[in-house]
Design a protein around this ligand. Structure first.
Ligand SMILES: C[S@@+](CC[C@H](N)C(=O)[O-])C[C@H]1O[C@@H](n2cnc3c(N)ncnc32)[C@H](O)[C@@H]1O
Length: 213
């Protein structure tokens, strides 16, 4: 999947999610399930050279990709590690994940590790889809390759179960009809062009959680 395209259509929820905790210079962050590193770069731009971003992914190929994308940002440290085993050199101010929990064996285990990796009073922010709430020509989308394609619908409850204070939570879905980034994104996911059919991409649920002090 082309990460740049996903960043294009889901850029707005990402921006809002990073603004909500007040992320800024000097913060230490983890991007868990970092993939190609586009979110890690967005984090690196906000935390600056005084900050730190751990780009964590279980797939070593992702580390290589992220290292290339983040080559200009010495504050990004790429690590090959499963979210289930998350163990960082220092507590972070923000642990973030996007399109990760839908793929892991047990989302609750990974959220718990993200909370433990975050300092008291720090933030855990997760963005996950409700795939079946997406629509093409009015019909629901599906993603059989994902273990928990609709995990977004459970995200606020999962965050509470992980002992996070849920400060904010919302859902957002890009939509369109005809040529444009929404149709291109859908085609990249399904290999089928929607033509002029109306498309609502899977809503992304964002949960902004805080680790109790
Ligand atoms: C769909 S990509 C999302 C990439 C990125 N977060 C984004 O939003 O563009 C999912 C990534 O999660 C990684 N992943 C899957 N299971 C994982 C696990 N248990 N621990 C850490 N990373 C995992 C995959 O290797 C892949 O790079």
């Amino acid at each position: 999947m082309p990460d740049a395209l996903r960043d294009d259509v889901y850029r707005r929820p990402l921006t809002t999610a990073l603004e909500r905790p007040g992320l800024g210079p000097g913060w230490r962050c983890a991007d868990v399930g970092a993939g190609g590193g586009d979110v890690s770069v967005a984090l690196a731009e906000l935390v600056g050279h005084e900050g730190r971003v751990y780009a964590v992914d279980s797939d070593p190929r992702a580390r290589d990709e992220a290292a290339v994308v983040a080559a200009a940002f010495s504050q990004v440290i790429c690590i090959t590690q499963a979210g289930e085993d998350l163990l960082l050199p220092e507590p972070v101010d923000l642990a973030f994940c996007r399109f990760l929990l839908m793929h892991v064996l047990d989302p609750a285990v990974v959220l718990d590790r993200m909370r433990r990796a975050t300092r008291p009073g720090g933030w855990v922010v997760a963005q996950e889809p409700i795939t079946s709430a997406g629509r093409v020509a009015g019909r629901p989308l599906s993603m059989p390759s994902a273990r928990h394609a609709d995990v977004g619908a459970l995200l606020p409850a999962l965050a509470r179960a992980a002992e996070l204070d849920v400060v904010d939570a919302w859902a957002e879905a890009p939509a369109g009809a005809g040529p444009g980034p929404v149709a291109e994104y859908l085609e990249s996911l399904t290999d089928v062009s929607p033509g002029d059919d109306p498309v609502v991409l899977p809503p992304l649920v964002t949960v902004v959680g805080r680790v109790p002090s």
